[in-house]
Design a protein around this ligand. Structure first.
Ligand code: UDX
Length: 453
């Protein structure tokens, strides 16, 4: 099929590359000419495992190309995907200006009938607005072209986006017209193999499904984090509770890992946007507000625990941080819990030695003064940052941090104190190795009195 993907951001790049990989002819249109030039050379501006090699192979095969010209992208397209950003507006609602600008441009330029698909996360009613804007443009030009707009939200996770796209749990297609549904069914058939995982529904239901899915996942995390807080007070290990409840299939084992809070580009933004939608409809979003509030609190727990450990005096203390990206497998720092901790530590006068396999450059660009003054030291070596540290804090559970050489770390640190923001270590083992260990929602081990939450 001939496909055009508008937007070479996270979703657009993965979408375009994976459709090309499945044998479609794809043009990805991006308005930033410098980004287009880099992409055309096979340089991927985001960190996503497997994406660059697949993109290069598809560029070489001629299945995938990039262009800054909308006209050349849409000229022969049977399906046009809109995959531009929908950031949070000032009031937290989704800012649709990029999506609607694309709709206006399509109205000004489209010459033939085709299916337009919203891939961006957009509030209910957006597909209708996009269709109206395109039709208004076409009418102004006197074009009698039939355009329908479908919703096909993306559920990919950063760090496994290519895998998620190539083998989706399900594909949601919101489309009111049979021809459009058929086109999308054909397009996705090779990704779904013999599984019947293409779910067709109304456009508005598809749009809402994306928000509901992310809000539910965020709720699971905030719920388990709240349970962790209660466990900590009761001397119960949340990790045992997690296993205990996760084995009930109605609850499930995924997304019930307690930690120092969720971050990323989707959960915080989508929960906020859904709160605004509910308010707009006169519904008080009691649960969603609690999900947000718990997460905001959760992100402060590691700092509170450190402050308590050092009796309120962090000035001059050396704190080693492991993991800065909002989760493993990405260099994305958006809404990362690490930043809340890092900023609080810098303000409190601590010296921070931080390590991340992918995000140190982005952190250096964010805090140039702290780097220059030496208050913030960044490194890609997990061991280097533990040198002379008074505490080590695991914030993001990269594989590199899972089974470190603890005796070596203990030897390097001034004090062997470990705060585990993701509960990836065994408390007893660490206590045996001489560490004072504190997790999230776990009884303290070593000679420490209380746990982090
Ligand atoms: C999420 C959704 O999973 C995806 O379907 C959607 O399309 C975009 O948003 P992503 O933001 O890439 O994907 O990351 P995800 O793996 O879902 O993790 C989000 C955050 O939740 C991370 O900060 C992670 O550390 C945290 N998390 C996740 C927990 O704290 N506990 C868990 O059990 C799972």
């Amino acid at each position: 099929m001939q496909i055009c993907v508008i937007g070479a951001g996270y979703v657009g790049l993965v979408t375009a590359t994976c459709f090309a990989e499945m044998g479609n002819q794809v043009i990805c249109v991006e308005r930033d000419p410098q980004r287009v030039a880099r992409l055309a050379q096979g340089e991927v501006p985001i960190y996503e495992p497997g994406l660059e090699s697949m993109l290069r192979a598809q560029l070489a095969s001629g299945q995938l190309s990039f262009s800054a010209q909308l006209n050349s992208g849409i000229r022969r397209a049977e399906i046009i995907f809109i995959a531009v950003g929908t950031p949070s507006g000032e009031d937290g609602s989704a800012d649709l200006s990029h999506v609607l600008a694309v709709a206006d441009e399509l109205g000004e330029r489209l010459e033939h009938a085709c299916l337009i698909v919203d891939k961006s996360t957009v509030p209910v009613g957006t597909a209708e607005r996009v269709e109206q804007r395109i039709n208004a443009g076409l009418a102004r030009r006197g074009k009698r072209v039939r355009v329908s707009v479908a919703s096909n939200p993306e559920f990919l996770k950063e760090g496994s986006a290519v895998e998620d796209f190539m083998r989706p749990d399900r594909v949601i297609v919101g489309c009111e017209d049979e021809r459009g549904r058929e086109l999308l069914r054909r397009l996705y058939a090779p990704f779904l193999r013999n599984h019947d995982r293409l779910l067709c529904m109304g456009v508005r239901a598809a749009e809402f499904s994306k928000y509901a899915a992310n809000a539910f996942l965020a709720t699971k995390i905030s719920f388990i984090n709240e349970m962790a807080g209660i466990c900590a007070r009761l001397g119960v290990d949340i990790e045992e509770v997690r296993r205990g409840i996760g084995s009930d299939r109605r609850i499930g084992t995924h997304f019930i890992y307690a930690g120092c809070g969720y971050g990323g580009s989707c959960f915080p933004k989508d929960v906020k946007a859904l709160i605004r939608t509910a308010e707009h409809e006169g519904i008080e979003p009691v649960i969603l507000r609690a999900v947000e509030a718990r997460n905001a609190l959760q992100k402060t727990l590691l700092f509170q625990a450190l402050r308590e450990h050092f009796n309120g005096h962090l000035q001059g203390r050396v704190v080693a941080l492991w993991g800065l990206a909002f989760k493993p497998g990405t260099d994305d720092l958006r809404e990362a819990p690490s930043l809340v901790l890092l900023e609080a530590l810098l303000i409190a006068g601590a010296r921070v030695q931080a390590c991340d396999p992918a995000a140190t450059a982005a952190v250096a660009a964010r805090y140039p003064e702290a780097v220059q003054s030496g208050q913030l030291v960044l490194s890609e070596s997990p061991y280097a940052v533990t040198q002379g540290a008074d505490a080590l804090v695991l914030v993001t559970e990269w594989k590199q941090f899972r089974q470190p050489d603890f005796p070596r770390i203990r030897g390097a640190m001034r004090m062997p104190v470990l705060f585990d923001g993701r509960n990836i270590y065994e408390a007893e083992q660490l206590a045996e190795l001489g560490f004072l260990y504190r997790g999230i929602g776990r009884p303290a081990s070593g000679s420490c009195k209380a746990s982090a939450a």
